[in-house]
Design a protein around this ligand. Structure first.
Ligand code: ADP
Ligand code: MG
Length: 389
């Protein structure tokens, strides 16, 4: 099923809208996650798509037909919540069959379809258990089986894994993705967990304070974030940032006082920039390298001191103090690194510059922000090559 939201808003009361002018489309068979911090309007969006909450404004379309007034039970949807309530007195089989009973499906077909759904979530051996005799992960699997047994056109998942422990979350991620692909079912999942979104989705829609920030593939959002919010919300370890201002054609670090001349191409990309404009110079730890030997330092390197060294297994994550900020970059195991030692941080060419006030990514064309980049999901701007290495 194809889903489209057109300028959808929800206002619960007189205050600011909980969802503001949200437009997005989901193609048939796609898994899209709505990602954002608690309170940003994710569940509200999902409840509007389900038909449980009416939008205050805008239209919702399923396969091109407006469904605003259609009741939840007539929308061909299956839903799973964070703590899905199963009927405690019914065994697993009865729980899974329940929606079919409501639909008037004959007994024999009900049993068959329940078996099939249980098999898909690998719970065939538990059909006679009561929910109280299952673990949290098993209960969520039953909730998923109960949602897909109806053969819905759309699966809606609201933080389905957040009540599970870390190990189980990992395997359930894979399982949901496998099932979703097997069934070819259009799925909209809500999560506040960026790792979950990056690992499972065809596309991610990042929301903040009721507003869509960016929509695109995990690679697009990770590599070419439209703004500072998206950049800082995605990725582990987090994006490094250094406060700076534009002075005489270069980036002047505010606290360290160092001027960073931009490579020629980057200076052109930045376009119309005011003298003194406040910015954030940003880069992910893997977009920088450490230069320990003073002989090899360049004028364009950032100068700092080692504040801490974190052993991560294959590499070390080095915390470097630059002015009043700390940035992180990776170093191999061979180099000697002492605390307080002077080091240089050398940025790769694909670092980011964000406007401090608007948050906009100043190295991206303005058009690639809130709207989807292109119908085919391709990045159409020159930076694509850099991000798809
Ligand atoms: P999320 O799922 O992203 O955590 P929600 O969609 O639940 O966020 O909530 C978005 C905003 O709307 C929050 O500020 C929340 O307090 C508010 N909100 C949610 N439900 C209601 C409600 N029934 N009445 C009034 N305000 C609500
Ligand atoms: Mg929620």
């Amino acid at each position: 099923m194809r889903i489209e939201l057109r300028h959808v808003s929800k206002r619960y009361d007189a205050e600011a809208p909980s969802v503001n002018d949200l437009s997005l489309s989901v193609r048939d068979g796609e898994l899209i996650t709505i990602l954002g911090p608690s309170g940003c309007g994710k569940s509200t969006t999902l409840l509007m798509i389900a038909g449980i909450l009416p939008p205050s404004q805008g239209d919702i379309l399923f396969d091109g037909h407006r469904v605003n007034g259609v009741l939840p039970k007539d929308r061909r949807i299956g839903m799973v919540f964070q703590n899905s309530a199963l009927y405690p007195n019914m065994n697993v089989r009865k729980n899974i069959e329940y929606p079919l009973k409501n639909m008037g499906v004959p007994r024999k077909e009900r049993a068959q379809r329940a078996e099939e759904a249980a098999r898909m979530v690998q719970m065939s051996d538990y059909m006679r258990r009561k929910p109280g005799q299952l673990s949290g992960g098993q209960r969520q699997r039953i909730a998923i089986a109960r949602a897909v047994v109806k053969r819905p056109g759309l699966l809606l998942l609201d933080e389905p894994l957040s009540s599970l422990d870390a190990n189980l979350r990992g395997s359930m991620r894979e399982e949901i993705r496998r099932l979703q692909k097997e069934l070819g079912i259009t799925t909209i999942m809500v999560t506040h967990d960026q790792e979950e979104a990056l690992s499972m989705s065809d596309k991610i829609a990042v929301m903040n304070a009721g507003e869509l920030q960016q929509i695109g593939t995990p690679l697009q959002l990770y590599g070419a974030p439209a703004n500072w919010f998206v950049a800082s919300f995605l990725g582990m370890p987090a994006m490094n940032e250094l406060a700076c201002a534009w002075r005489a054609g270069s980036l002047q670090l505010t606290a360290a006082g160092q001027a960073i001349p931009l490579p020629g191409a980057a200076a052109q990309e930045l376009g119309a920039i005011r003298e003194g404009q406040a910015m954030r110079l940003a880069f992910r730890p893997h977009q920088a390298s450490l230069v320990t030997d003073p002989v090899h330092r360049l004028e364009t390197d950032l100068r700092g001191r080692v504040a801490a060294v974190e052993f991560t297994g294959r590499e070390r994550l080095v915390h470097v103090r630059i002015g009043d900020a700390t940035v992180k970059a990776y170093a191999g195991m061979a180099e000697s690194l002492d605390e307080h030692q002077e080091v240089a941080v050398r940025l790769a060419a694909d670092y980011y510059v964000f406007d401090r006030e608007s948050g906009a990514n100043l190295r991206l064309p303005a058009a690639s922000g809130r709207t989807e980049i292109s119908e085919t999901g391709d990045m159409t701007f020159a930076k694509q090559a850099a991000y798809s290495r």
